[in-house]
Design a protein. Structure first.
Length: 260
């Protein structure tokens, strides 16, 4: 496919992210694979794409006081080392991308299914966490330790799939810290996603050679203005319909990649 196709693909995903808030990785990686981009290149390129597109949001949320930096550090303490180790293990134990394609495929499918479930049941997760009963009370008591452990899991899965740094991480914050404001969940989530996707993307680049810079440039060229336009338009569109529709699409794609 030519560069114009990838620019339009970036614009389409950017617009969807701006309108619905659904993470770009959940949409971009499957789309690139459906376009015929190899799994490993789609995942590696999308990780750097995510780091660049989310970076601007960190500055904005920091100015607004929406970032809980202590939580970002706790998540990153687990996720960053886990991401680097994952990339190194792929390089060490596999001869080439074709040998670990199955691992990437199933990881991508799993994360798409989890992301779609998070989108569909986000309010229920939040209510269960706010109740503070039984198991949730114990979870909250050990919140920081669980945050670091969750970061390790995120680091592995995001490196393998490029999905989860956004919606999955936000769900973890909602469950572990029910007193956080919605804006703080978003700001903290984005502030953690940028270094995680950057390190994971650089791991794919330097250890595995899985980044296509021409593709990355085209995606950014299309997506950056489209995200801005979609954000402006989001208040006028029926998000209560769009998000479940996108979640259903992600679920179908997740089943396809995980089991078919």
């Amino acid at each position: 496919m030519d560069a114009l196709t990838y620019i339009f693909a970036g614009a389409g995903v950017g617009f969807a992210v701006g309108v619905t808030g659904v993470g770009g990785g959940s949409l971009m990686t499957p789309l690139l694979i459906l376009f015929g981009i190899p799994y490993n290149v789609a995942i590696g390129t999308d990780l750097l794409f995510a780091a660049v597109t989310k970076a601007g949001g960190v500055r904005t949320h920091h100015k607004l006081g929406n970032i809980r930096w202590s939580l970002v550090v706790a998540l990153a303490a687990g996720s960053i080392p886990a991401s680097l180790v994952t990339a190194l293990l792929l390089q060490t134990f596999f001869q080439g991308a074709h040998d670990y394609q199955g691992l990437l495929t199933h990881s991508l499918g799993l994360m798409l299914i989890i992301t779609s479930a998070v989108i569909l049941f986000k309010k229920r997760l939040q209510k269960a966490s706010q109740s503070g009963d039984g198991l949730m009370s114990k979870v909250h008591q050990h919140g920081r330790l669980i945050t670091v452990i969750s970061g390790v899991i995120l680091g592995v899965l995001v490196t393998l799939s490029s999905v989860g740094a956004g919606a999955f991480c936000a769900a973890l914050l909602l469950v572990l810290y029910p007193k956080l404001k919605a804006t703080e969940v978003v700001g903290t989530d984005i502030a953690h996603a940028v270094p995680l996707t950057l390190i994971a993307g650089l791991g794919h680049l330097f250890f595995l050679g899985n980044v296509d810079f021409m593709l990355l440039g085209c995606l950014l060229l299309g997506s950056l203005p489209a995200i801005h336009f979609g954000s402006k338009l989001s208040a006028q569109l029926p998000n209560s319909i769009l998000q479940p529709a996108l979640a259903s699409l992600l679920m179908l794609l997740g089943v396809k990649f995980a089991f078919l």
